[in-house]
Design a protein around this ligand. Structure first.
Ligand code: NAP
Ligand code: G4F
Length: 397
């Protein structure tokens, strides 16, 4: 769906008319992609998103932003593409003439990366390299100035060499996902130094929201707690409750992505709250908000343990404060409560359907793993695991 130059320039007319504001986002259908898209549209950008073709709709998180392309003044356009398809990416760059590229696309689930290490490396490491190469070629042939943001991750610190972690802390990746992110990180640095590309790494610590995928631990907990409260779920299976993370709000974290690309020089920045909490503390707040005692409902399932774990992440975002002027606005407790409120609304809707006789098999919509869905289908109670069940190797959380 290419947009011609006149349309593109008209769409960016305004106080900043001299400078075209055209963003291209990979991973636009994900949590961060949706918040970044909202943020950039509010800033007057024309936004283009790369999305994968799928047999089901994957655009739920951006539906409220999407307008039919036949309407006038449409500033959000979607393009089919994949990070594994470098030529497709190159074509999208030519079609959109993006001035800022945000690479958020990834197989982003750490536990899944142990089951799918090669695919994860293809999407995260090679995908980033594909996009950087496409961008270098596009910039060199068009002469246009393009800026690049890479979604790097605190997972790269892995078995942490120091606490807290900052931009100078060495990486020690502990999962196929983290290894692939380290590869991508260094490719970005090298494209900056070798080819003069304006390219930045945002080293973002965990960030969550009501739009978080349901197999990440925060959302898994807020979904379950609210369903338990309404009597629609009996228990919640989790893995390591002692892990500690620096959890912030995703809506806050897209702002520095943009700020990094507005600086005079490209650089890398840690984005974090500077507080760390364990999964247990998360359970305390989530279940506590609903006057529930999580110890009555949570069971440990070894399936959710990782072969190598990241025990503690705690970020030092002093540089982002000092140079970008960025600070998080949502505290840990407010974040969990925000997610509980949103999931309670979802659970109420679900219950209304169930009460009206339109409910589906228990666990179908909220299955946390292929195993739990199968158990729901066969109407069996979930057994306790002593080992990973062979037939159910692809766990999603
Ligand atoms: P997310 O919700 O899992 O979204 C990932 C996005 O990437 C989805 O739009 C997905 O498309 C897309 N994608 C996956 N494989 C792709 C491929 N081969 N080609 C093109 N697109 C592909 O992740 P998120 O939480 O928004 O995170 C955004 C980025 O930040 C990711 O790179 C993640 O690794 C990184 N990150 C996240 C955090 C965090 O705490 N959230 C922290 C640090 C870094 P579908 O919708 O089709 O699946
Ligand atoms: O929510 P998680 O799956 O997030 P994780 O592994 O920290 O990764 C997220 O943050 C990274 C930034 O540091 C991103 F780069 C990455 O893309 C992703 O967004 O797990 C958090 C912790 C882990 O220690 C995990 O072992 O929660 C623990 N946990 C305990 N029980 C569980 C569960 N995690 C999941 N997903 N499911 C459980 O049942």
């Amino acid at each position: 769906m290419p947009m011609n130059r006149t349309e593109a320039e008209a769409a960016t007319a305004g106080p900043d008319a001299g400078r075209r504001k055209v963003a291209l986002i990979t991973g636009i259908t994900g949590q961060d992609g949706s918040y970044l898209c909202e943020f950039l549209l509010n800033k007057g950008y024309e936004v283009h998103g790369v999305m994968r073709r799928s047999s089901v709709f994957t655009t739920q998180r951006i539906e409220h932003l999407y307008q039919d392309r036949h309407q006038s003044g449409v500033r959000l356009r979607l393009h089919y593409g994949d990070l594994l398809d470098a030529i497709g990416l190159r074509r999208i760059l030519t079609a959109t003439r993006a001035t800022e590229v945000y690479n958020l696309g990834a197989q982003s689930h750490v536990r899944t990366s142990f089951d799918q290490p090669i695919y994860t490396a293809e999407a995260v490491a090679m995908g980033t390299l594909n996009l950087l190469e496409a961008l270098r070629d596009y910039r060199d042939s068009s002469g246009d100035d393009v800026r690049f943001y890479q979604a790097s991750s605190s997972e790269m610190y892995g078995k942490v060499c120091e606490v807290p972690q900052n931009e100078r802390t060495p990486f020690y990746p502990r999962s196929p996902y983290a290894c692939a992110k380290v590869h991508a990180y260094w490719q970005v640095v090298n494209y900056r130094e070798a080819y003069g590309l304006f390219a930045c790494n945002g080293i973002l610590f965990n960030h969550e929201s009501p739009r978080r995928g349901e197999t990440f631990v925060t959302r898994k907990i807020t979904r379950a707690a609210t369903r338990i409260k309404l009597g629609m779920q009996d228990c919640l299976y989790l893995g390591n409750l002692d892990a500690k993370r620096d959890w912030g709000f995703a809506g806050d974290y897209v702002v520095p992505m943009w700020l990094m690309l507005q600086q005079a020089d490209p650089d890398d920045y840690v984005i974090a709250t500077g507080e760390t909490h364990s999964v247990r503390e998360l359970l305390d707040v989530a279940f506590g908000t609903l006057d529930l005692d999580w110890k009555r409902y949570v069971r440990i399932d070894k399936t959710y343990l990782r072969p190598t774990e990241v025990d503690i992440l705690l970020g030092d975002a002093t540089r982002a404060h000092d140079i970008l002027g960025w600070r998080p606005t949502v505290s840990f407790i407010d974040l969990v409560r925000m997610m509980i409120d949103a999931d309670m609304e979802l659970a109420r809707r679900e219950k209304t359907l169930v009460d009206a006789g339109y409910g589906t098999l228990p666990g179908w919509h909220t299955a946390e793993s292929i195993y739990e869905r199968d158990a729901a289908l066969s109407q069996l109670a979930a057994p306790e695991f002593d080992e990973v069940p062979v037939a159910l190797g692809q766990h999603r959380s």
